[in-house]
Design a protein around this ligand. Structure first.
Ligand SMILES: Cc1cc2nc3c(=O)[nH]c(=O)nc-3n(C[C@H](O)[C@H](O)[C@H](O)COP(=O)(O)O)c2cc1C
Length: 262
């Protein structure tokens, strides 16, 4: 619930102007809530008098940070970070710390979601990674001699020859931690994952999207039950995480994008 402190409100109307839901109006020189909204928090963020808060429903105003000067990433630095991010497939064995994983998850949780649904949840494996790996590999190996089943799970252009069934680390490449995003909304989960991957890189950690696992999880009852998924849940992304055991010296070229300026 959005609450406006009438004592603090200066009646500037910035919150009302920026409210997508038109849920705020300025009455008698003070902002007032006139209807419900989906709690995007723009009113909290824009208020010059710290007069707005969101309460209840798992919101915690202690999460709110001042934008502050000097926090900008810088356009050039950000683009460099995007270009130097690499999929890591060689990992050290040391598991990222709880604090590092929480920072990565925070980047996911504070990502945008359609209609501010915040409907992405996370399953984090640290000590449990080995059990996940063993079960996932067992499920993958069931498809080895059944072409039809394999291509149901991994439709072309995927091909059987790309899967190294004999390699225990084929899926997670020996990463000591794994974060799964679970959501009914694939775009929301993908955006959260993208921010988590960048946060991991900023922490000096390596990350790998394991699309093979996400597809496997969509088809394997054993995996779904192990993960405790509800029928409506989908594992949208799987991020393997750990210290990178490889160092890249430069960025890579990409095909020229087809961009249609109009
Ligand atoms: C959705 C998605 C799924 C992926 N799945 C896998 C995977 O299962 N195994 C793997 O080794 N790499 C996987 N990758 C990594 C891609 O192969 C990689 O992003 C691409 O080759 C470009 O390399 P880069 O990430 O280092 O720039 C995946 C990437 C994405 C975005």
């Amino acid at each position: 619930m959005v609450i406006i402190d009438r004592e603090k409100c200066v009646g500037c109307g910035l919150c009302a102007l920026d409210c997508l839901a038109r849920a705020i109006s300025v009455e008698d020189g003070r902002a007032a809530i006139v209807k419900g909204c989906f709690h995007c928090g723009h009113c909290v963020a824009i208020c010059p008098a710290e007069a707005v808060r969101i309460e209840g429903g798992d919101y915690d105003m202690r999460d709110v940070e001042p934008v502050g000067a000097g926090f900008g990433v810088g356009a050039e630095a950000f683009l460099h970070a995007v270009k130097t991010r690499r999929s890591i497939r060689q990992f050290g064995r040391e598991c990222p710390s709880r604090a590092e994983l929480e920072t990565i998850l925070e980047a996911g949780c504070f990502s945008p979601t359609a209609s501010n649904a915040q409907n992405v949840s996370y399953i984090v494996f640290t000590e449990g990674t080995e059990r996940l790996r063993a079960l996932a590999m067992a499920e993958l190996r069931k498809l080895k001699d059944d072409e039809q089943a394999f291509y149901t799970v991994f439709p072309p252009p995927m091909s059987l020859s790309r899967v190294h069934f004999e390699d225990d680390d084929f899926l997670f490449k020996g990463a000591p931690a794994v974060i799964l995003t679970v959501s009914p909304h694939a775009v929301n989960a993908a955006i959260a994952s993208c921010n988590m991957e960048m946060e991991a890189a900023a922490l000096g950690l390596g990350a790998l999207y394991v699309g093979f696992f996400a597809r496997l999880a969509a088809h394997s009852e054993a995996l779904r039950s192990f993960l405790g998924l509800k029928p409506e849940d989908t594992v949208v992304t799987c991020l393997a995480l750990g210290p990178p055991a490889v160092e890249y010296q430069r960025t890579v070229p990409r095909r020229k994008a087809q961009i249609d300026w109009r």
